[in-house]
Design a protein around this ligand. Structure first.
Ligand code: ZN
Length: 284
């Protein structure tokens, strides 16, 4: 087959950093709101304060806290709804961004392929539907957002029980929570980075396969933060159909990534991966 000789190389698919920043901001606003609501729910709960400060009836803390957490849980689920409703929009933004980048890449790639060879350009490869990808991404993010709010409720519950055991005042407890709940900022940032990079990777794979492009070149951001299992894949040719293989040149045979300590995952699948892909056609 003559197409096996064609080697067209596309452009680097850009990383949607501005969308990641926007999603980070949204999640950060959400966790600071959760923090505010949690601390307010303690300060405003006189029953809980009385039972917490009462030396004799510490068992009341359990009932009062239970009641307080139920009310807070309801408020939080209303707050979460707003965030959850905007998830579809974030998917579309990353999709538009990736499509733009891919269109430029394919245009460039096609411009390098001789006209006589264009008829042998690869046909679309069956892949997962875009709507299914969307459902999967949104559902995963709904779970992560619920995880953030459940985490806050658990942290709050544990902190109140600790305070009751140690005879800590409500003021000291609020102060402690104010610092402890900051851990959720880190979690929110990590979720935004990880989920946007996973989405970008999945959409790149989808877009390439729709164009019949089954191979890509792995490209890292080449900074000190790149993990070694990704660094060894820099410039290597990879397959969207099998994450366990690579080759150095398009005409080589596939080799096992494990033999060079390479990540056995596609671009963007590893936690917080910022590597990107360059589409390649031909030489298969
Ligand atoms: Zn990476």
């Amino acid at each position: 087959m003559r197409s096996s000789q064609i080697v067209g190389r596309g452009l680097k698919i850009a990383y949607p950093i501005s969308i990641e920043k926007e999603y980070t901001k949204l999640l950060l606003r959400f966790v600071s709101r959760l923090k505010r609501l949690s601390i307010d729910s303690l300060v405003e709960n006189y029953d809980l304060q009385t039972s917490l400060n009462g030396v004799v009836r510490h068992d009341d803390v359990v009932d009062d806290l239970g009641q307080s957490l139920r009310v807070l849980g309801l408020t939080i689920s209303i707050e979460s709804k707003e965030v959850i409703q905007s998830l579809g929009g974030y998917f579309s933004k990353v999709q538009q961004f990736t499509n733009r980048s891919l269109n430029n890449s394919v245009k460039h790639l096609v411009s390098k392929v001789p006209e006589t060879e264009l008829a042998t350009f690869p046909a679309a490869v069956q892949t997962i539907e875009i709507n299914t990808l969307k459902k999967m991404w949104v559902n995963k993010n709904v779970d992560l957002i619920k995880g953030l709010s459940d985490g806050v409720l658990n942290q709050l519950g544990d902190a109140v029980y600790d305070a009751a055991r140690m005879g800590e005042s409500i003021q000291s407890l609020s102060k402690r929570l104010n610092a402890d709940l900051n851990i959720n900022k880190k979690k929110a940032k990590a979720i935004a980075r990880d989920q946007i990079s996973k989405l970008k990777g999945n959409l790149s794979r989808h877009n390439d396969l729709v164009h019949g492009l089954t191979t890509y070149e792995w490209s890292t951001c080449k900074d000190g933060a790149v993990r070694s299992s990704h660094r060894v894949l820099e410039g290597k040719i990879c397959s969207w159909l099998d994450a366990s293989i690579y080759k150095n040149h398009i005409k080589d045979k596939w080799k096992k990534r494990a033999s060079i300590g390479g990540a056995i995952q596609q671009i963007g699948e590893d936690f917080g991966c910022r590597c990107t892909n360059i589409s390649i056609a031909g030489g298969l």
